[in-house]
Ligand binder design. Structure first.
Ligand SMILES: C[S@@+](CC[C@H](N)C(=O)[O-])C[C@H]1O[C@@H](n2cnc3c(N)ncnc32)[C@H](O)[C@@H]1O
Ligand code: SF4
Ligand code: SF4
Length: 344
């Protein structure tokens, strides 16, 4: 088998995206755009297995010929290795619904009216079932649920039951935790899923300011119940803290949040950064990384919060993983690329 440059998203992934698109990936590739499209309009019925894989092969063929679509130019996900020619999907991102019961100040889904108004519902359940029944998937395929809020989709629990019955073990659910799901708890109990919940604070007032809904008590209860369901994998539940500069980036807020996690039986947390801050402040971040520490130097403050959080978490028996743009800050300040891996 010859070696060539390609990307796992092109070879074996799919994204059911907002606005009825189906994509190879959901990655923004700097100035080249990223997120190449498989179907620009999809309603869940206008595809077959043959048609779907033929479309995947349009880009797969390009990479085998040493070419690269413009969207993928210089993308750091490209890797030179021996890629197989088989037709299967090992990662599905299910993020087609825009509905949500929260209004987080940082979220593009709830703030972009275009996404809200132009996302038409279709029967995602039948799409997943069709894929299961027509050998699209492997037993190791990862089902990654995002959204909008996945628990708002009326057949969310039905899809999870389908996954459960058929013995798929790699489910990742990004949820705000406002709506508790017995089926999610069952999957956690059986070691078949990871759940990521951004609570972003441990007090009602700050939560309300960030999420713009008064649901802190519900989220806390969901976190407690999912934590208690972790019989097989004690770190199936990951509580997430999205650092929002000027809003929740005080050390005392992080300590308060870690105390809450400990009290709820959570042993794995994720630290992230509001990606809007980095989009708006990339030039500033490049300057500030070489300037002395000061109250105005947000970049180094964020960088220092990484070790602060890790140390405070460790004191409480909690492991911290870095996720998303906080990783970019770390890489920027340290000047070298470190692998962005979530602990298993
Ligand atoms: C669009 S949300 C959908 C899933 C679910 N509603 C939730 O909040 O977890 C997908 C993921 O993006 C994250 N997210 C949304 N806006 C973000 C931002 N500005 N910076 C970093 N992460 C963000 C959310 O925390 C969530 O993990
Ligand atoms: S190379 Fe980058 S932009 Fe292209 S499909 Fe892969 S992750 Fe997406
Ligand atoms: S809960 Fe999720 S989808 Fe809803 S507004 Fe917040 S980040 Fe966006």
């Amino acid at each position: 088998m010859a070696k060539f440059k390609s990307c796992n998203c092109i070879e074996h992934e799919l994204v059911l995206d907002h606005m009825n698109a189906v994509r190879h990936c959901s990655n923004h590739n700097m100035e080249f755009g990223g997120r190449p499209i498989i179907y620009d309009y999809f309603d869940g019925t206008n595809f077959t297995k043959e048609d779907f894989f033929a479309k995947k092969w349009e880009l797969r063929k390009m990479f085998r010929e040493g070419k690269c679509p413009e969207t993928c130019t210089n993308c750091f996900h490209l890797a030179e290795k021996e890629w197989d020619d088989d037709n299967y999907i090992d990662f599905i991102l299910l993020t087609p619904w825009a509905e949500c019961n929260s209004q987080c100040i940082y979220c593009p889904v709830c703030t972009d009216v275009n996404v809200k108004n132009n996302t038409k519902k279709y029967d995602y359940y039948s799409v997943v079932k069709y894929m299961m029944e027509n050998d699209f998937l492997t037993k190791e395929t990862i089902f990654d649920f995002a959204g909008g809020e996945p628990t708002m989709y009326e057949r969310f629990d039905d899809i999870l039951e389908l996954i459960f019955e058929r013995g798929y073990k790699n489910v990742v659910i990004h949820t705000n935790g406002i709506k508790y799901s017995e089926t999610v708890a069952k999957l956690i109990h059986h070691g078949q899923c990871k759940v990521l919940i951004s609570s972003d604070s441990a007090n009602r007032e700050l939560y309300k300011k960030i999420k713009r809904v008064d649901e802190f008590d519900n989220v806390k209860e969901t976190l407690r119940k999912y934590a208690a369901a972790q019989d097989v994998k004690p770190n199936a539940l990951r509580a997430k803290y999205i650092l929002i500069p000027g809003v929740n980036d005080k050390e005392e807020y992080i300590v308060e949040w870690l105390d809450m996690c400990k009290e709820l039986g959570i042993i794995s947390v994720i630290l992230n950064l509001d990606f809007n801050w980095l989009i708006k402040n990339t030039d500033l971040a490049y300057k500030q990384k070489d300037m002395p520490r000061s109250p105005e130097n947000t970049t180094l403050k964020l960088y220092d919060l990484i070790d602060f959080t890790k140390n405070e978490a460790q004191k409480r028996g909690i492991v911290t993983s870095l996720y998303g743009e906080i990783f970019t800050v770390k890489t920027l300040v340290e000047g070298e690329v470190t692998l962005n891996v979530i602990d298993d």
